[in-house]
Write a new protein. Structure first.
Lengths: 506, 494
């Protein structure tokens, strides 16, 4: 099926998943305006959210299965495998977040089903970011996502920490958006377009002036904020710490994945021929890996440790971006899948452990969890080993793929730094396992209130099972990632005709 | 038929058994584990007869695994790995039986981990695909980490994490080196594969890159052996681990390092390995290991630590034998690897048995107990003598071959190494004297009970091996010789 994006009907069809999700969001919005008082309303909203995500996933699959191709060139929306795969990733992450939110919202008395509406809008923003072939679409998606997540971060209205997190995230996020927008403006000034394909052609023809490079630099700063790369990571630990734990899981996985997907598309399609960013991303990757890992090493609180570790993982992903090429993109997708699964698993257990009014769970508070709750401890142990990149888990396959991409691109030094940083990470992931299995519990009732909820258990079990299956048999995932990675490529200057001239003035 | 599935069965059965151990009622776990490990040993016995000494790699199995990256499940055994596989399956039932009364908490977990560990160790020795090798190399880390960390002594958390991070550090650099090799050979031949045979056949001259890659492999294996400056994890891990953990650590895990040198580091990078600089470094470090390990062992107040440091010395001999690269020295090195597994394993079992009775590992806590526990004393004496290398025991054959073989390549170094044998005699005989023969002056020791039939069942197979290899090592040597010869040709030929 070929879609001509200049025809409204085809454009609507190309946006089908987004439209389905928007429709559901409006339905849900009406529903919560009408009923938002009881636990039952909250549950209904949650189930509706799951239905919304499921039908969106089906819509994505339908478009994918019909092998849609854009007929014209330089549209606003991409129709490639990269978009479909990342869409599924966002939907999956949102679904897992929803599943662990059920019990959490009820326990924390956050009886406001608007939570789910915001979650859906944020997911919608992410999907637009990954689909945008145009800097404006990407920016709109980013804003849609960010605004929803700002509110989500401050969703626990009774908690001052949550409010602080939201405010901090909002202020710094607004700055980042500013940088991004300024960068887009400069790029538009240099090339006369915001379309990635057209920018790519211009850059390929040798048009890399100072203005373009300045725009690119600002763009990188904006994205580095969003993915929490060192030295733009300052907001991450406080925001992750203060936000409700399921929201933290959502931020650490979905938000980060969306920012990375957009960054990847921008750099590959728009700036493949402007080599300047490779050096910058190389250094960003190195300082992020080293900084994130060493800062995580110093943490006592499990949530802050996971926050800093997510900074470190942003560094690993930057290695995949720095390697460029199709292998880099494929590695990047595999890693994002693994990272989403293991992060959601870890945050879910944390959400279960954090009791009312005490969100500071120290790593040592997990002592003896294995004797009381063996399956929960096992799940967290698998997530920790996967985060560490241990063979037999999906985390290892992801890391291995990134290493393949890096060494394949001749980046042996970067690969060596990555593995050395991983060794450091053993210093903070292992103590979690150590506490759970090797230390006695502090009191008989230490773990009596650990509550995950039936659906939360389903989410964690699914995540852990997927981690182990992909760890041993990743073939299907690899094939999928490979086709998706190859679908994002720089425009070949010869194959693409020059942009159509502006209509002649009458 | 047997040849095609045996290695796969050896790898899969312990995992199945581990799952069974976890589901049966806790008090039965150890019986299931014992039966499972005996079945594993039984499965491996025909390897001994079916093995054709001159047949190169045998019992091959090769299936596609992760096709997009050219990763295959490829396993096989040759004269180098055969004995290490058999040593592993031989020591496992003994380890289970040796933990019978030592492990009292969370038994199913312990035995399940022992079985998973078996898979990891055998996997390292039989893997013919570098990805599989790496995975197995890491997989055996986790069970050992838990065995030390959960069932270990007082300082177990420190020892466990130290063990983990040391090994992890070395192995990750090796991982990068494996990937660089993969791309190097892939670009040269157009076939991207992690197959050992493919990589070995197409490496060619690597130039300076070879030095970096050799360095990465060297670090991973040297930490595991452990060679002198990288050995500090070993005393902690050995001392804190429960008896079975110490036995397996000394008996098998340390051999992974030396095996790695024989299988990968030497054949892959012969020019680097035989360069003047590397030879001087390796031989010096081996000598330092032999002498320093022995001297430090002499002053240890803790019997288990003494044995731990004696391992550093024994592995020094192995490294010397490997690097001397003569047929005798390589055979000797292989034999010392096996002997060390048997003798040091037996020593750790004996220390564990006396510790269960007296709850002290300190040499000073004993004295004159030969009068109270004569059977224990007799066996400890025989095992110590074999560890020293008394003629007629296995220790003599191995070390003698290493020294004879190495003398041709490194006469001076070999002369120095010979003093290591004397030091070994000094620390072990002195320790024996203080434990067994001095006056019986501590009344806690007067009521010690002698070995039980179960404990004898653990020790007698080991004693049989000590005498067998000591008196008639020919079956071992004939099976090793073609592999040793082939290795030397491979390395010297390039």
């Amino acid at each position: 099926m070929s879609l001509d994006l200049s025809v409204p009907r085809d454009l609507l069809l190309a946006l089908l998943p987004e439209l389905v999700l928007t429709g559901w969001a409006l339905v849900l919005l009406l529903f919560v305006a009408w009923r938002h008082h009881t636990v039952r309303d909250l549950r209904i909203a949650g189930w509706l959210t799951l239905a919304a995500l499921l039908s969106t996933a089906v819509a994505v699959w339908w478009l994918w299965w019909n092998l849609t191709q854009p007929a014209g060139l330089a549209g606003m929306i991409a129709l490639d495998d990269f978009r479909w795969v990342t869409d599924w990733l966002f939907i999956g992450g949102a679904a897992l977040t929803t599943l662990i939110s059920f019990a959490y919202l009820e326990r924390e008395q956050l009886l406001a089903p608007e939570y789910y509406v915001l979650l859906i809008f944020a997911t919608l923003g992410m999907m637009l970011m990954a689909a945008g072939e145009d800097l404006m679409v990407i920016f709109l998606g980013l804003e849609l996502m960010s605004v929803a997540v700002y509110v989500l971060a401050g969703f626990d209205r009774k908690s001052p920490r949550s409010a602080e997190a939201a405010l901090k995230y909002f202020l710094l996020g607004a700055f980042a958006s500013g940088f991004l927008l300024y960068g887009i403006a400069l790029i538009y000034g240099a090339t006369g377009t915001t379309n990635l394909t057209l920018i790519g052609i211009q850059v390929g023809l040798g048009g890399t002036g100072v203005m373009l490079l300045a725009g690119l630099a600002l763009l990188l700063v904006g994205f580095a904020f969003k993915v929490a790369a060192v030295p733009f990571h300052m907001w991450a630990p406080d925001v992750y710490d203060g936000a409700p734990t399921p929201v933290t899981a959502f931020m650490a996985t979905g938000v980060k994945a969306a920012a990375f997907a957009a960054l990847f598309r921008v750099l590959t399609e728009g700036f493949a021929h402007a080599g300047a960013w490779r050096e910058i991303v190389w250094w960003l990757a190195v300082v992020t890996m080293v900084g994130g890992n060493f800062l995580a090493l110093a943490q006592r609180s499990l949530k802050r440790m996971l926050a800093y570790s997510s900074v470190a993982h942003a560094g690993y992903l930057l290695v995949a971006v720095a390697s460029g090429k199709a292998a880099g993109a494929a590695a990047f997708i595999v890693y994002l899948v693994a990272y989403t699964l293991m992060s959601v698993g870890a945050f879910a257990v944390l959400a279960a452990k954090g009791r009312r009014g005490e969100s500071d769970v120290l790593i040592d508070d997990l002592a003896g969890l294995a004797t009381r709750r063996p399956w929960l401890a096992f799940a967290l142990a698998v997530c920790m080993l996967s985060l560490l990149g241990f063979p037999g888990t999906a985390g290892f396959i992801g890391k291995w793929y990134i290493l393949i991409a890096a060494t394949g691109a001749g980046q042996n030094v970067l690969a060596a730094i990555l593995v050395l940083a991983s060794v450091v990470s053993a210093g903070y992931y292992l103590p979690v396992i150590m506490a759970m299995y090797m230390k006695p519990e502090s009191s008989d009732t230490a773990h009596s209130e650990v509550q995950l909820g039936r659906l939360g258990e389903v989410a964690v079990a699914a995540a852990v099972a997927a981690l182990l299956v992909f760890g041993v048999w990743p073939n299907r995932l690899l094939d999928l990632a490979k086709t998706a990675g190859e679908s994002v490529r720089p425009p070949a200057a010869a194959a693409v005709p020059a942009p159509t001239a502006e209509p002649a003035p009458r | 038929m047997y040849a095609r599935w045996v290695l796969t069965a050896l790898l899969a059965w312990p995992l199945v058994a581990a799952a069974i151990v976890l589901v049966v009622p806790a008090p039965r776990a150890k019986y299931v584990a014992l039966v499972a490990s005996l079945v594993e040993f039984g499965l491996s016995i025909p390897l001994w007869w079916q093995f054709v000494p001159a047949g190169g790699m045998q019992f091959l199995a090769d299936y596609a695994w992760i096709a997009p990256w050219g990763i295959r499940y490829a396993v096989g055994v040759d004269g180098i790995s055969l004995f290490l596989v058999l040593l592993t399956t031989f020591l496992m039932p003994l380890s289970v039986l040796g933990s019978w009364s030592y492990i009292t908490k969370r038994e199913p977990g312990f035995y399940a981990l022992l079985l998973v560990l078996t898979t990891g160790m055998i996997g390292v020795f039989v893997a013919l695909d570098l990805f599989l090798f790496y995975v197995m190399w890491e997989v055996m880390l986790i069970p050992m980490y838990f065995i030390i960390g959960v069932w270990g002594g007082e300082n177990r958390l420190y020892a466990a994490i130290k063990f983990f991070i040391y090994t992890f550090f070395g192995s990750l650099l090796m991982l990068v080196a494996i990937l660089v090799l993969y791309f190097y050979v892939g670009r040269a031949t157009g076939i991207y594969s992690f197959s050992y045979v493919h990589l070995l056949a197409n490496l060619g001259n690597l130039g300076t890159l070879g030095w970096w890659l050799f360095g990465a492999f060297f670090l991973a294996f040297a930490i595991k052996v452990p060679m002198f400056p990288f050995h500090t994890w070993l005393p902690d891990a050995h001392v804190e681990a429960p008896t079975a953990g110490s036995v397996i650590l000394a008996g098998i895990l340390l051999k992974m390092g030396t095996y790695g040198f024989l299988r990968f580091a030497l054949p892959f990078f012969p020019t680097v390995a035989l360069s003047q600089t590397v030879q001087v470094v390796v031989v010096t470090l081996s000598l330092v290991g032999i002498l320093y390990g022995g001297l430090v062992a002499m002053v240890q107040p803790d019997f288990k630590k003494l044995i731990a440091y004696s391992s550093v010395a024994h592995l020094g001999f192995v490294m010397l034998g490997i690097w001397a690269l003569t047929v005798q020295s390589v055979q000797g090195a292989l034999l010392v690897m096996i002997n060390h597994g048997i003798s040091t394993g037996a020593l750790f079992f004996l220390v564990g048995m006396i510790y269960e009775r007296r709850h002290s590992r300190l040499i000073d806590a004993y004295g004159g107990i030969a009068r109270v526990v004569p059977l224990f004393a007799a066996i400890l004496t025989v095992v110590s003598l074999s560890s020293i290398g008394l003629p007629g025991t296995n220790g003599f054959v191995g070390e003698f071959l290493v020294l004879v073989g190495a003398f041709r390549t490194y006469p001076v170094a070999t002369a120095v190494a010979t003093t290591g044998v004397i030091i070994a005699a000094a620390y072990l005989l002195w320790a024996l004297q203080r434990v067994l023969f001095n006056p019986l002056d501590k009344h806690e020791n007067e009521k010690l009970t002698d070995l039980t039939p179960r404990e004898l069942a653990v020790l007698i197979p080991l004693l049989v091996c000590i005498v067998w290899i000591g008196v008639y090592p020919k079956p071992f040597l004939t099976r090793m010789e073609p592999a040793a010869r082939q290795l030397i040709e491979q390395v010297r030929g390039k």
